[in-house]
Design a binder for this molecule. Structure first.
Ligand code: RIB
Ligand code: CA
Length: 318
């Protein structure tokens, strides 16, 4: 029996790994998903919004869905079609949305949820931080209602979009800087952990063997995601976004270190880099819980158990 549920806002740019992160989030009885907000990133806002609605239909997430920002705060939008395909979620057929979009923007819906919810709200952001930063700029008064922001973003030792910067942060470094300097408790799942959260073809087979509609689609998403990573020489897929959910569900399988991390917005080669103060030279207090490692098998087990939760769910797919 769940004693009390944690109010959660899911913010992302689905995206295969965002979608699998939401499979994890919805499977957990401790989460009360209050809102879903889409952001441009992996693909254009139109596509990530449509994908968000389809994934929520597939999973039975009944929270309001609001369209977020269609470009970074200052920079021009770059999309990652090479990883996620033209639709942003290529691969298996998905159900058409069963809901209408919220009239409110992502900022207004997030603000409404934060004002109406008595308990502190957790925001799980798995895309560029544009929506979260826009919320903090427009409604600074809601800051104290946010208990934790858990992100997939950054890399303390390397990037994946440039040598120095990870995609989500590189997409909108100004937004990331606003979030990293907000003083709100921040859990950062950067490439340091997500490139260890590797799902191999054998793991995909294990998930496919579960045999329900969601597990079959998750296996198909993994197969699509792996196709591109295999071409890059990976022997499995680094499952980035689900780490931002898993670390809240099962922190004991992760290695976490409090660190002071700065976001570079000006560097010629390092714009979008997340720079850790490993030795305290800045004399600054830590601003993030940096997630550095994971028990890979434990992570895969979590995914498998999450997929089994959907055994009794099946929606119509034309
Ligand atoms: O660098 C990985 C991140 O970029 C993930 O969130 C993925 O979905 C893409 O948005
Ligand atoms: Ca993402």
């Amino acid at each position: 029996m769940v004693d009390h549920k944690i109010p959660v806002i899911l913010d992302g740019d689905p995206g295969h790994d965002d979608a699998i992160a939401w499979v994890l989030a919805k499977s957990n009885p401790n989460f009360d998903i209050k809102a879903v907000t889409s952001v441009a990133g992996n693909q254009t806002l139109e596509k990530t919004t449509y994908n968000a609605m389809r994934v929520c239909t597939l999973l039975g997430i009944e929270a309001p869905i609001a369209k977020g920002r269609n470009k970074p705060l200052l920079a021009q939008l770059i999309t990652a079609g090479n990883f996620h395909g033209e639709s942003g979620l290529d691969g298996p057929k998905l159900p058409e949305p069963c809901m209408q979009l919220e009239e409110l923007s992502s900022v207004e819906l997030m603000s409404k949820v934060l004002n109406e919810t008595d308990e502190l709200v957790t925001i799980i952001s798995t895309g560029p931080l544009t929506n979260v930063a826009a919320l903090l700029l427009a409604h600074p008064e809601v800051k104290d209602k946010i208990g934790m922001i858990s992100i997939m973003g950054g890399g303390l030792r390397n990037g994946n979009w440039t040598p120095a910067a990870e995609f989500n942060i590189f997409e909108d470094p100004e937004a990331a800087q606003i979030v990293f300097t907000s003083g709100i408790p921040l859990t950062m799942c950067g490439l340091d952990v997500t490139e260890k959260a590797i799902v191999y073809p054998d793991d995909e087979k294990k998930i496919r063997a579960i045999g329900n509609q969601v597990s079959t689609i998750v296996a198909d998403w993994l197969a699509f995601f792996f196709k591109h990573h295999e071409q890059l020489g990976w022997s499995g897929s680094p499952l980035h976004d689900p780490c931002a959910v898993a670390v809240l569900l099962k922190p004991e399988i992760f290695t976490i270190k409090d660190l002071y991390v700065q976001v570079d917005t000006k560097g010629q080669y390092t714009r979008g880099a997340t720079i850790p103060d490993w030795h305290g030279t800045s004399k600054q207090q830590p601003n993030v819980r940096a997630v550095l490692g994971v028990d890979r098998e434990g992570f895969v087990d979590l995914l498998v158990e999450a997929c089994k939760v959907y055994d009794d769910r099946k929606v119509e797919i034309q």
